[in-house]
Write a protein that binds this ligand. Structure first.
Ligand code: MLC
Ligand code: AMP
Length: 507
């Protein structure tokens, strides 16, 4: 094939008049063919902006059909797509732009003034696209562009996307995802979850992460199904849309929010054949309550930016609460001893490692980090702690990495601690995740110092200048000292236990 990902996911739909995007409430639809034309016009704009195959395009834009077309346009033009969380601040964007050596940034018109100095510094072009996808210099260029674009030839091992994921050192790493990584995973999931052109997926996830961008979008496109493309998860709209869809993909917060709505019951979910959850742990309790209310057993799967999807509960077999199911067909999982790296027997807890066509190529310009996490044998060390039972079901029991997952967003404590340590009056700090009913976990910052020397309000304001709001500690507490073990290492588990029962200041 000339461009395996483009041809399989997008190109095969040329001339297809069925709806790719649909809004059952307003009656709006956009056919596959019209979306392909939009994607090709987008590819023309990208190419006319001077980007050659392999160049990087960074997009920090709201969720819209035109934003999705940037992904399609990049794949068709052979350009590496790098989507960013819309919550990132200019200083966060500056890092990504500089690190990847982007040629073009597409951002919201409202952010253009603050991002322009950054693109100038990094010699990248800047174009704008509004959240509804209709305004801005990029939108205007797409409207005027030719929708005939000759698809650029790509090899399976060529990069399709660069997705940044934070690291334990506080420095984000660009995961290099190839055409083959994305395509093989989408093909496997499409088959496993039995997606067909009759499906209508409620798509309320952001399209700047693996879950909403690759899992939800590629699977739908491959199967010829339709997407109800919601700008974000809005409970009332989602409840209203449920009778019109056959599939839902979400983070656990979607499901706990559904359960909090008294309209959510068996009748409302009759048309849905599959509810899929991932990106964060789904409590067994949520699984059970969900089944009691609707008769549906949520299908939980497990994945990571670097690996796409790794395991899934079965579609037809038993979906076991509290587990993430079996390795996907063609994907190998081994569970290893954290110290020796050797595989351990079923039932024992160790580090989950994964190998297969889904596993990324390495971190952008970080050979040492790549070597530390991707073994010569091809196994990627996830840093998740898990165990496999006698029936082959894998459970995730913890993390061997200092990571907080809040509402499906990853937050790396180190990044916040580095900033907290610089604040007036703060001698040192520790950032932990504590249980949160809505987001699963929320962020607590523990500061060492004297209360009269520390202005927590000023600290929050200072952090807000450089960090996306979802990363900000919801609570800051001041203590005399941090608990340490005999080796001098901060005992975060002790802090988590101490602050676990509340999201309010505990002193
Ligand atoms: C929003 N806020 C959050 C937050 N999302 N705070 C902590 N954690 C989050 N996840 C904050 C905002 O900063 C704001 O704070 C306030 O909450 C309201 O913002 P909002 O935008 O109205 O929030 P809401 O719409 O309720 O969003 C919550 C959410 C959203 C759960 C629907 O976060 C979401 O869609 N999450 C999905 C993330 C995802 O796709 N993850 C996949 C990663 S891929 P303030 O202070 O400004 O008022 C991956 C691999 C895999 O992990 O396996 O899939
Ligand atoms: P990210 O780096 O954003 O791709 O996040 C990947 C991490 O999300 C994994 O390493 C896991 O810790 C977590 N994760 C994804 N799916 C699940 C799941 N079903 N259960 C528990 N954790 C999950």
């Amino acid at each position: 094939m000339a461009n395996p990902l483009y041809d399989a996911v997008f190109g095969l739909h040329a001339g297809n008049t069925r709806a790719l995007i649909t809004d059952p409430l307003s009656g709006y639809t956009l056919s596959y063919n019209d979306f392909l034309l939009l994607g090709s016009a987008t590819a023309t704009v990208i190419s006319d902006a001077g980007l050659a195959p392999g160049d990087r395009l960074v997009a920090q834009v709201g969720k819209s059909v035109n934003a999705l077309a940037i992904y399609a346009g990049c794949v068709q033009a052979g350009v590496v797509y790098l989507p960013l969380n819309t919550a990132y601040t200019p200083s966060e964007v500056a890092y990504f732009l500089g690190d990847c050596g982007a040629s073009l940034l597409v951002c919201d018109p409202a952010s253009a003034a603050s991002l322009e100095p950054i693109t100038t510094k990094h010699h990248a072009a800047l174009m704008t696209l509004s959240a509804d996808g209709l305004r801005g210099s990029f939108a205007e260029a797409v409207t005027a562009a030719s929708s005939s674009f000759k698809t650029v030839v790509r090899e399976p091992d060529d990069l399709a996307a660069l997705l940044y994921t934070s690291g334990t050192t506080g420095r984000s790493k660009g995961a290099m995802l190839t055409q083959q990584n994305l395509l093989s995973n989408a093909q496997t999931l499409c088959e496993l979850w039995q997606f067909t052109q009759d499906d209508v997926l409620l798509h309320a996830l952001p399209i700047f992460h693996t879950h909403g961008l690759f899992v939800a979008t590629n699977v739908t496109l491959l199967s010829g199904a339709s997407l109800v493309l919601e700008p974000s998860f809005h409970l009332d709209r989602a409840v209203t849309l449920l009778p019109h869809v056959s599939a839902v993909m979400g983070v656990p917060t979607f499901y706990t929010r559904f359960l909090s709505d008294e309209r959510f019951n068996r009748a409302l979910t009759e048309s849905v054949r599959i509810f899929i959850s991932g990106s964060a742990p789904l409590l067994a309790e949520t699984h059970t309550q969900f089944e009691a209310r609707t008769g549906h057993r949520i299908l939980e799967r497990y994945g990571m930016t670097e690996t796409n999807m790794i395991t899934s509960n079965p579609y037809t077999g038993e979906r076991r609460a509290g587990t993430v199911g079996h390795p996907l067909p063609g994907v190998e999982v081994q569970i290893t001893d954290p110290d020796s790296g050797q595989p351990i027997p079923d039932g024992d807890i160790g580090i989950i490692e994964v190998r297969g066509p889904n596993v990324f190529k390495g971190y952008w310009n970080m050979p040492d980090k790549t070597a530390a996490e991707l073994r010569d044998t091809g196994f990627f060390i996830t840093g998740d702690l898990g165990q496999r039972d006698n029936d082959g079901y894998i459970s995730i029991v913890g993390r061997n990495k200092d990571l907080i997952i809040s509402g499906g967003y990853n937050i790396y404590p180190k990044e916040i601690e580095l900033l907290l340590d610089q604040q007036p009056g703060v001698e040192e700090s520790a950032v932990i995740g504590v249980p949160h009913a809505d987001f699963g976990e929320s962020v607590v910052g523990v500061l060492v110092g004297q209360a009269h020397n520390i202005d927590t309000g000023a600290i929050q304001a200072s952090l807000g200048e450089s960090l996306a709001r979802f990363k900000l500690p919801r609570t800051l507490v001041i203590v005399d000292a941090l608990p340490r073990n005999t080796m001098g290492k901060v005992q975060k588990n002790v802090l988590r236990d101490h602050y676990s029962d509340s999201n309010s200041p505990l002193g």
